[in-house]
Design a protein. Sequence first.
Length: 425
Amino acid sequence: MKNLNDTLPELMRRATENLEPESSDLVERGMARGATLRRRRTALVSFSGAAAVLATAGIIVSGSQLFAKDAEPPAASTPTKQSATNTGRVAAKPATLKETQATLTKLLPPRLKVAKVNVWDDGGGHQADLSLNDGKGLSLISLAIRPAIGQSPGCSDQKPGTCVTRPDGSRLTVVKDEFEKRTPGVVYNHIYLVRTGGESISLSSYNGNTVTREGAVTVEKTRAAPALTAAELTAIADSDLWRFPAKPVESTTSEKPQPPSPGASKPAVPVQQTLQTLKSVLPKGLQVSQPKTRGGLPADYNAASVLVNDGKGLSYVEVFITYQAMTVKKCGVEGAPNHCTLRADGSVAGWDKNSPEYSESRQDKEGVLGNTAAIHFPDGRYITLTSYNAVAEKGSKHTRPKPAISAEKLLDMAGNKAWKFPGTK
């Protein structure tokens, strides 16, 4: 499922590629990528980023809690022992993709039946998505397994409570019953194990399964709870049956220089002009206050925001426009929005509605939701519009049940021909 965009499985895959855990929020990194999308969750569907996004290289949610009883859980199926690879002695013969799939399937508890399998080599390790069924509904489990690349398995760079260094020197991170930020109702259990030799295993279990809708692959809720607990995921990762993929071969060719931004030859647009355009495309009948702007030269983007009120409470509305060096030309790839559509003019458009702003307990306290729309034009232009049910994206409680402007209306506003995109000329 390589094209699983902006969902937790893909975030976790990308996160484990570098194998260097960070301490940022886990999902808040979705769509913001590169210098052109440098701010926030909504900048590339929005995101800035499940919980970086959701994720970071260790897939760590800052609000997640690690319970000591999960550090040494019972076995998931058959009893296992500390493996030779867990002490750094990796099997001489690397595992094939088929062998990785077989190992994961063998280690699943007997109550789980495999309904669908998707495995692939991402160039740095093996990944797998399995749809499981125990009679209570389908549940997705995602695996990313990678060979050692020389990193230290210590927990010194982690926030307290998210990671433990175990007696054998391995590092274990556990996330339990965490909300998947961009898919209402979906929760997951996640573990990330780095063995003493540097090999890593990332496993996640969801109370949802993958679906394809309007050209986009996402995870939707299919059951009350994930099929596998964090303890069971840890037991699977601890098994001595694992053999690790071969190390990737380093390229001897120099990387090609990045192409110049499509906006390099375009004239700059005053950020105040962007603000005025935002006001002009707002639905009629709204009270507008507190206009603000960001970006403008020498930055390569313009952003503007206002508070609007339709009589049901204040709602923060923001626009972000830029030219992207790496253009998005189809759905189902990194950077493509949720609920994605490839339009006749070649643009890639999508939306997301009532998306929780936080992935942990802050969401229950503050209740901030966002509607977002985004369009990637084939010439590199990119625009995203967001409306919140609060007076700010973060740091304040909700002021109304839902955002003032619907996702569908935001998409209509984003396609207005009045927008002028800022170049860097």
